[in-house]
Design a protein around this ligand. Structure first.
Ligand code: DGL
Length: 259
């Protein structure tokens, strides 16, 4: 089974490009379309209803571009809206959830930290997953303010460093040995986070697992692209494209949409 249609991805903004990079790395021959709904970022403090509404709008945009599969490259949208998306649209969805499982299973101190948005940490889906690992102490921290700084391109700012210090120091004091990055924007903070965490603390995100899962679902249910040429890539945003362009190392064209 083969399928030449593109893989569609969306996020509340530029963060999901961390997932796109993993997918593009694993499946370089696939065409991809990435939609950054930066005008509406952050999703993290919006109501579940709003997140569902925006996720449907993003999905419909990607389906209109013939996406064969939709990757919800956003933990907040996945944990709040994936059930509704799967019920409404007849296309496979790949979601991204905080990687609690590998952290909890490998933790020696039985204490892990998770940094995610309010929307993710308050979601039913997150609680259901966390309850499965009740032998592990999970220190939850909302990353207030991190996504707007990333969206503004202020990744290396002193404000970012202050926020990260404030969120991570209590986790260090509580002896976490794993830090789970539960927001697709946060992998861009890894160099900053590494300067704060002792090196024994491992940082994990879900990017690689999502890429593997996307490949499996394409192979089993949808069809991979049969070609051996590099896939075409399209990036769309409904806000200032500058930071998205920069985060893509200025290698890809970004189209601005009135969306
Ligand atoms: N990148 C998103 C996530 O993975 C959303 C961040 C936000 O918009 O608050 O949760």
């Amino acid at each position: 089974m083969t399928n030449t249609n593109p893989i569609g991805l969306f996020d509340s903004g530029i963060g999901g490009t961390s997932i796109w990079k993993e997918i593009h790395g694993l499946l370089p021959n696939e065409d991809t379309i990435y939609l950054a709904d930066s005008k509406n970022a952050p999703y993290g403090q919006k109501s579940k209803e709003e997140i569902i509404h925006l996720s449907c709008k993003n999905t419909e945009f990607l389906l209109n571009q013939n996406a064969k599969i939709i990757v919800v490259a956003c933990n907040t949208a996945t944990t709040n809206a994936i059930k509704e998306l799967r019920a409404k649209y007849d296309v496979p969805f790949i979601g991204i959830e905080p990687a609690i499982k590998p952290a909890a299973l490998n933790s020696k101190s039985h204490t892990i930290g998770i940094l995610a948005t309010q929307g993710t940490l308050n979601s039913e889906l997150f609680h259901q997953t966390a309850e499965k690992f009740h032998d592990t102490k999970i220190i939850e921290q909302i990353g207030h303010g991190l996504v707007p700084l990333i969206e503004n391109g202020d990744i290396n700012s002193s404000e970012m460093n202050e926020l990260l210090q404030m969120y991570l120091q209590p986790m260090i004091a509580a002896h976490i040995d794993y830090l789970v990055l539960g927001c697709s924007h946060y992998p861009y903070l890894i160099p900053q986070i590494k300067k704060i965490l002792p090196k024994e603390i491992k940082i994990i995100d879900s990017g690689e697992a999502v890429a593997r899962q996307t490949k499996n679902v394409l192979q089993e249910k949808v069809g991979l692209h049969p070609g051996n040429q590099p896939g075409k890539t399209e990036f769309y945003t409904n806000a200032d494209p500058k930071v998205l362009f920069e985060i893509l190392e200025k290698k890809y064209r970004v189209t601005v949409l009135d969306f």
